[in-house]
Design a protein around this ligand. Structure first.
Ligand SMILES: *[C@@H]1O[C@H](CO)[C@@H](O)[C@H](O)[C@H]1NC(C)=O
Ligand SMILES: *[C@@H]1O[C@H](CO)[C@@H](O)[C@H](O)[C@H]1NC(C)=O
Ligand SMILES: *[C@@H]1O[C@H](CO)[C@@H](O)[C@H](O)[C@H]1NC(C)=O
Length: 798
């Protein structure tokens, strides 16, 4: 095979540890547990991967994971993987770029042979995706640069594959390759992957030898002549082409091999003579060496011409290659120096042999350990599921409820080890013959997730439950749960919320209260100055507007104050027509206040309770009505607002009609202060005095595993939709007690068709009920996204 680098594809030591922690660095890290050193392929230390701290706008972000290989390496393949962390993580780089450097100062962007910089990366958090470097990289430093956008948090684990670059060649400089016209066809003999201006490496060192017929190439979809750099004697009156080679240090050179085309029928021939000059230290040696190969007019195949360099010591070599016909074409030039290990072949073979034996022993031991471990594991799993099946749900819930302080560090961590152990075992040879299909290497993932509830969560990219900033909120309401990473994304810019003069607020009524504060409904004067054009149009000049004022008691502790500030930060970033906006704050004196929009018709629950569907009852009772199409319009707006929140990776955690506000013309804005209001205390379930939870709106996995994701918001959306279609005349599952609701949750988990679904409301069309049922799918992945929900609702518009 003329692709000489087929033999140069060994892992360089990210996963096995030959690359030391100190040689792995990064532009930033999200936390100590996601530092650069955890970016090792197939390793699960720390939080399972390197994750950059994302601050500022994604467009101008240059986050990277950098590996210092300590010497020049020939890199033929790279592997990437996301953060799986045994099922908790779901971050990966869908695309990334690579930069490399030979000296640590000049950085070069890698491009493939078609000139494309961006590399397709991972599609999920666990599979390893290997990419051939075409052309290969010759470098000491390599940077992986995830392409970051708003849709997803990114974490990476990586490996480099290749071998040490023993040539020591750092750069070459040759005259520009030329263009030949052959039967009217252009043959481009330029050095298309040369990575420098005057000093660089390119096609002559890319490890790829050209074919006998220079008009063809190994490489798919390139122009004729791609493999070769070639020159015509007409441009070189001296009769030779001079190429200068520079090396990393002074070396003792034995040979140079030049891969030449010899298609003499096309007037292409190997060089007839070469003269090489050597430079050690600063001076060029006076006497060059000269060599004339035997000309071959019989065999037209391309070949390596070996030139002896007679143990000259040099750090640079300049060679003049003399034409023997009109054209001269090279595809590869390599150098062998005396102090490289090629002459220690026996020695290294022995080492390889010993290495292999040790590896085999390790594998055997690992297999035995895995088998034993699996047996133990199987037993534990059986125990756990038996316990779940026993009527101990209530008991296990109270254990689980520890996690409802929203710090679920420990919730599912123990479960997925089976899959880890399996995959390690199956991935011992990542470079087996079928490496192009790395997903086949981890078949255990799916089976594991079927048998264990903890790995079910695979919804929206969500940084980690463990990192959710606790925004239990001053009023006891749980404001949006935000991954800490998103928080930082949000804090990139300074918060631009203006101070509002407190005296312009007039108290109207108390909407709710919590441990550290209260929510008041107020009238505000002059608020239009604080509103953007986009939503002040319906406010008449100099009129008062209704606002909700959330205030922190002066005696609140420091944590509550911090949470309040975080909440302001988050709220100030949310800009969507269907999400309540933060208008202003009062921060200059205590009590601290945040002023948000309030809508004249109050919350959707009260609003619908006051109304009736169009029909007989309404006619008889003379009650105000809401038509089905308006109901549908409101539901669509909720879906749209949630679509926006989910696009930012926000998890609401308490979506319900009580948290949606109704304005003029059935406009809806999603808010969040449900829990703080006594009116709705019946909607929340208090577990052992620890937390209050809206269990009737919560997905089974939120209740049993403490997992809150966009998929669990989707579940709550289904319940919200149901509330709307029943005009909020009754609580969801009103015939069940809280305990029975939790039991029902257990049935969802067990999935033996004993779970009870909310019934189809009389006025609910079949497609909408189908949508609801899909929101309550046991499998989070099979629930629709808010985007899909929004789309579906638009499609079935009455
Ligand atoms: C080499 O020639 C091809 C074909 O004309 C062209 O597309 C390519 O950009 C050239 N590359 C360089 C580095 O000049
Ligand atoms: C270069 O290597 C050859 C063969 O290994 C050795 O004989 C010679 O002494 C070396 N030259 C220098 C200057 O070290
Ligand atoms: C190029 O090479 C051909 C064949 O050897 C020769 O006839 C011709 O004179 C050469 N042209 C120049 C400019 O040296």
């Amino acid at each position: 095979d003329s692709k000489i680098y087929c033999v140069c594809r060994s892992p360089l030591g990210m996963s096995r540890g030959q690359i030391l922690d100190e040689d792995i660095s990064a532009s930033s890290q999200w936390s100590d547990s996601t530092a650069a050193k955890y970016g090792r392929l197939d390793c699960e230390e720390g939080d399972g991967a390197w994750c950059p701290e994302i601050a500022g706008e994604p467009e101008n972000m240059n986050e990277f994971l950098q590996i210092d290989l300590r010497s020049l390496h020939f890199i033929t393949l790279v592997g990437t993987q996301g953060r799986h962390a045994g099922g908790i993580g779901n971050e990966f780089a869908q695309t990334y770029k690579i930069k490399y450097s030979r000296d640590g100062s000049r950085w070069i962007s890698w491009r493939n042979r078609q000139g494309k910089e961006v590399i397709e990366g991972n599609r999920n958090a666990y599979d390893i995706v290997l990419k051939d470097m075409e052309p290969p990289i010759i470098a000491r430093f390599v940077r992986f640069m995830p392409v970051i956008d708003h849709s997803m948090n990114v974490c990476m684990r990586v490996e480099l594959y290749g071998c040490e670059w023993l040539d020591g060649l750092v750069s070459y400089n040759s005259p520009l390759g030329q263009q030949m016209t052959l039967n009217g066809q252009h043959v481009h003999l330029n050095d298309s992957v040369y990575d420098g201006a005057m000093k660089g490496l390119g096609q002559l060192t890319d490890g790829m030898c050209g074919l006998d017929d220079f008009t063809h190439s190994h490489v798919y979809n390139v122009w004729p002549g791609y493999d070769y750099v070639g020159w015509s004697n007409e441009s070189f009156p001296n009769g030779y082409v001079e190429i200068m080679f520079e090396f990393d240090r002074t070396r003792n050179f034995t040979t140079m091999k030049v891969h030449c085309n010899n298609m003499f029928s096309r007037r292409v021939k190997t060089f007839q003579k070469v003269v090489c000059y050597f430079r050690s230290e600063l001076d060029w040696e006076a006497t060059p060496i000269s060599f004339s190969p035997v000309m071959d007019d019989v065999n037209p195949s391309a070949r390596f011409v070996t030139v002896s360099l007679y143990n000259h010591m040099a750090s640079a070599i300049k060679c003049q290659y003399y034409f023997s016909d009109i054209w001269m074409m090279f595809s590869e030039i390599t150098f062998q120096s005396g102090d490289d290990p090629t002459h220690k072949v026996d020695d290294s073979n022995t080492r390889i042999l010993i290495g292999c034996l040790v590896a085999i022993i390790f594998i055997l031991v690992a297999i035995i350990v895995i088998i034993l471990w699996r047996q133990v594991w199987q037993k534990m799993l059986e125990k756990v599921s038996r316990r779940m099946l026993d009527d101990e749900l209530t008991a296990s819930l109270s254990i689980q409820s520890e996690t409802f302080t929203y710090n679920n560090n420990n919730s599912p961590s123990s479960v997925p080890s089976e899959q880890e152990s399996n995959s390690t075992y199956e991935r011992i040879f990542p470079l087996g013959p079928d490496y192009q299909e790395p997903s086949r290497l981890v078949p255990s993932t799916n089976t594991a997730s079927k048998s264990t509830p903890a790995s079910v969560q695979e919804g929206v990219p969500h940084y980690a439950e463990a990192d959710i900033v606790n925004l239990q909120g001053v009023t006891g309401g749980n404001t949006y749960a935000v991954s800490a990473l998103t928080m930082d994304l949000l804090s990139g810019k300074d918060v631009a919320v203006e101070e509002f003069p407190r005296k312009l607020l007039t108290f109207k009524e108390k909407l709710g209260e919590g441990q550290f504060g209260e929510v008041h409904l107020c009238e505000a004067e002059g608020m239009q100055d604080f509103m953007d054009e986009e939503f002040s149009f319906d406010v008449i000049e100099n009129q008062t507007v209704l606002v909700a004022v959330k205030m922190l008691r002066a005696d609140a502790n420091k944590n509550a104050r911090n949470d309040f500030l975080k909440e302001i930060k988050i709220m100030s970033r949310l800009k969507d027509p269907n999400i309540i906006r933060l208008l202003a704050v009062c921060m200059s004196s205590d009590p601290l206040c945040m002023i948000t929009e309030y809508m004249e018709n109050g919350d959707l629950n009260q609003f619908l309770s006051r109304h009736e569907p169009e029909g007989m009852i309404a006619l008889l009772s003379n009650a105000p009505t809401v038509s089905y199409s308006n109901l549908h319009h409101m539901a669509t707006q909720i879906a749209s607002g949630m679509k926006y929140l989910s696009s930012l990776n926000f998890v609401h955690r308490d979506l319900a009609t009580r948290n949606c506000l109704v304005g003029k013309n059935y406009t809806i804005k999603i808010a969040d202060f449900g829990m703080s209001r006594n009116l709705y205390s019946g909607d929340y379930y208090r577990i052992q005095g620890r937390a209050v939870l809206p269990i009737r709106w919560m997905s089974w996995e939120s209740i049993l595993l403490g997992k809150f994701t966009t998929s669990s918001d989707v579940w709550a959306f289904g319940v919200t939709l149901w509330e709307m279609l029943t005009f909020c005349k009754e609580q969801p599952y009103s015939q069940l007690s809280d305990e029975q609701v939790i039991e029902n949750t257990g049935e969802f988990f067990r999935d033996q068709r004993r779970q009870i679904y909310l019934p189809q409301p009389p006025m609910c069309p079949d497609p909408v009920y189908k949508l609801m049922l899909s929101c309550w799918n046991r499998n989070t992945k099979e629930r629709p996204s808010f985007q899909e929900i929004h789309h579906t609702l638009l499609d079935c518009k009455p």
